[in-house]
Design a protein around this ligand. Structure first.
Ligand code: FEO
Ligand code: CA
Ligand code: CA
Length: 580
């Protein structure tokens, strides 16, 4: 197992009431105007509460704050240079365009996003960083808005995808190294395979007979206890366009395909031309989660179709009852859904039998009820509602959005990252929804320009069909305070009960995008880092000892001191755990 403390926690074995207790006086929730739609408020973390009472050394009188650093103040924000808490240092590493390894001709992509650190030999100074390259505007990558040739298209395509990088810390700084030939690029023209219920479906075959290749718009990520990386294809529709006569299907409409494309790939690469009958099913080859084995540089990445096809933001993997693999996933579109996958059996016994845990299991979509309860609706062809609409399980998964529509899933305010906290609660960022016209209990602001964070406790150790939910924080309730933030996106709960929150979008109070840390027990939020003008903060991973934390600045303005997409690595000056 990799450094996944959330998987090993078993605290959801406690009764619901023991874990969650009412705290209706939370300023953030009340100030945010939940009003009478309010659900049962719950949430203080037993784990965090114990930390606060006992301190890190277990001494009851120690009282060490879980989130103890001096926050970056609101005043002075909005600049061209990053700001960080005075107890911390930061470095800028692996910018777009650098070699992926010393002397390599392969280069780091653009649009740094989700990532994960895989230690080599449990080292805290040496490991593989697998990182997503979500997207890059043509004007930045090519110096022009529209490609003029297939070469231009290939350059744009190469900037997208995933990089596997070997990193080592020497004399206090992290650098790329090559001790084992691990470094590689996976991009739009890298061969891939399909596995799971959709593999072999005629809906993945083109008359052209072309073999599956590539991954696009690799947004957030997940990772598995068997040591692999999961990269999530988000706005895949945007890479397709039409050069001729194209009759858009209802499914293509639901997934947002249109004749125009900001990238213009379809002008020179027929794979991405929706009007080309030889590539009629190429669009269905994207919108999946791709598994990459970083320790095996010759391995072919695999699209795990049991996880469904939608605009995958990310996936938070945890271990549910009986050792089943559970993955929580957001579909980032205004009024789209939150999903859950549950493997059919214990992941270790499945692997021992040669069955991949992400190929065999059930996909569910979330229905949030106004009374604070929720239901997971089964996305299988065994469901009579879906059997009446689809021919087989492959269709249900390929058209997961429409299947979810038929079941009455709850439209949410752009579900982005999910994370499983050590107390068993699942947190999910709902980044914003300017198109919302009707407030509902789980999405209580209409419109919702600043977003919120929702959380739930699944029944039966993550494998049940019901859950209880509440809202952790409405971003608008922080405006005008030192906790000010908006448009939460990246999210990570560490094993002590700190919730790292990253933002992507217009901030208030003069701030740039930022990295904040919340105490999930008290709800207190502190600003650890403020980004440079124009750059969202996204992607988060740490060394096993959590003394080095990596995150990304995506699309910074060129006038800033971080002029290109790059990774930031931070540490405490006193060598303590990052976030403390
Ligand atoms: Fe790629 Fe929804 O962020
Ligand atoms: Ca995001
Ligand atoms: Ca976002």
């Amino acid at each position: 197992m990799i450094d996944d403390d959330s998987i090993s926690n078993n605290s959801t074995a406690r009764p619901f009431q023991d874990i969650l207790h009412s705290f209706t006086s939370r300023r953030k929730i009340l100030a945010g105007g939940m009003g009478v739609a309010a659900t049962s408020f719950f949430g203080a973390s037993v784990v965090a509460a114990e930390y606060n009472e006992k301190g890190a050394n277990g001494n009851n009188k120690g009282k060490k704050q879980l989130v103890g650093f001096t926050p970056v103040p609101v005043a002075g924000g909005g600049g061209l240079t990053p700001r960080i808490s005075p107890e911390y240092n930061y470095d800028v590493i692996i910018p777009w365009g650098d070699p992926i390894a010393p002397g390599s001709l392969e280069t780091i992509g653009i649009g740094h996003d989700g990532m994960h650190f895989f230690p080599l030999g449990n080292s805290n100074d040496h490991g593989l960083l697998v990182i997503n390259h979500e997207y890059g505007d043509n004007i930045v990558v090519l110096g022009k808005n529209t490609p003029s040739s297939l070469d231009d298209v290939r350059t744009s395509q190469y900037a997208h995808g995933v990089a596997v990088i070997e990193l080592e810390k020497t004399n206090g700084s992290w650098n790329t190294v090559n001790t084992g030939g691990y470094a590689r690029r996976i991009h739009v023209n890298t061969p891939v395979t399909f596995s799971g219920p959709v593999a072999g479906s005629a809906l993945l075959e083109n008359p052209a007979g072309n073999q599956p290749k590539g991954t696009v718009n690799n947004c957030a990520n997940g990772y598995t206890p068997w040591g692999t990386y999961l990269t999530c294809e988000e706005n895949f529709n945007g890479y397709f366009g039409s050069t001729g006569v194209w009759a858009r299907t209802e499914a293509q409409r639901r997934y947002g395909f249109s004749a125009g494309s900001a990238y213009g790939w379809h002008l020179f690469d027929e794979r991405f031309d929706l009007s080309n009958p030889d590539y009629v099913n190429e669009d269905k080859r994207f919108g999946w989660i791709l598994e990459v084995d970083p320790l095996n540089p010759d391995s072919v990445p695999v699209k795990r179709t049991a996880l469904g096809r939608f605009k995958h933001e990310g996936i938070a993997i945890t271990e549910g009852l009986g050792g089943r693999i559970v993955g929580y996933m957001g579909d980032d579109e205004r009024n789209d859904y939150i999903y859950k996958f549950v493997s059919e059996a214990n992941w270790k016994s499945m692997r021992a039998k040669g069955k991949h845990p992400l190929d065999h299991g059930k996909l569910y979509v979330a229905k949030f009820n106004d009374n604070g309860t929720g239901n997971w609706l089964e996305l299988t062809i065994d469901n009579p509602v879906l059997a009446a609409k689809f021919n087989d399980q492959a269709e249900v998964l390929i058209f997961a959005r429409q299947a979810s529509d038929f079941l009455g899933a709850t439209p949410m305010d752009r579900p982005e990252w999910t994370t499983v906290a050590p107390n068993g609660l699942v947190y999910c960022t709902l980044t914003n929804n300017t198109a919302r016209t009707t407030a509902t209990a789980p999405n209580p602001q209409a419109p919702n320009p600043d977003g919120h964070i929702i959380r739930w406790l699944d029944s039966n150790h993550h494998v049940g069909l019901t859950f209880n939910w509440d809202i952790f924080v409405l971003a608008s309730s922080t405006h005008g305070t030192e906790e000010s933030f908006a448009s939460p996106d990246g999210l990570w709960a560490d094993p002590d009960g700190r919730l790292f929150i990253q933002t992507d979008g217009r901030q208030h109070d003069g701030l740039n995008d930022q990295l904040l840390v919340a105490d999930i027990g008290t709800g207190e939020i502190k600003r650890l880092f403020e980004s440079v003008f124009g750059a969202e903060v996204t992607g988060i991973t740490a060394t096993p000892d959590r003394r080095s934390l990596f995150f990304n600045l995506q699309h910074p303005s060129s006038e800033t001191t971080v002029p290109r997409d790059a990774t930031i690595v931070i540490s405490r000056k006193d060598g303590g755990i990052v976030g403390s």
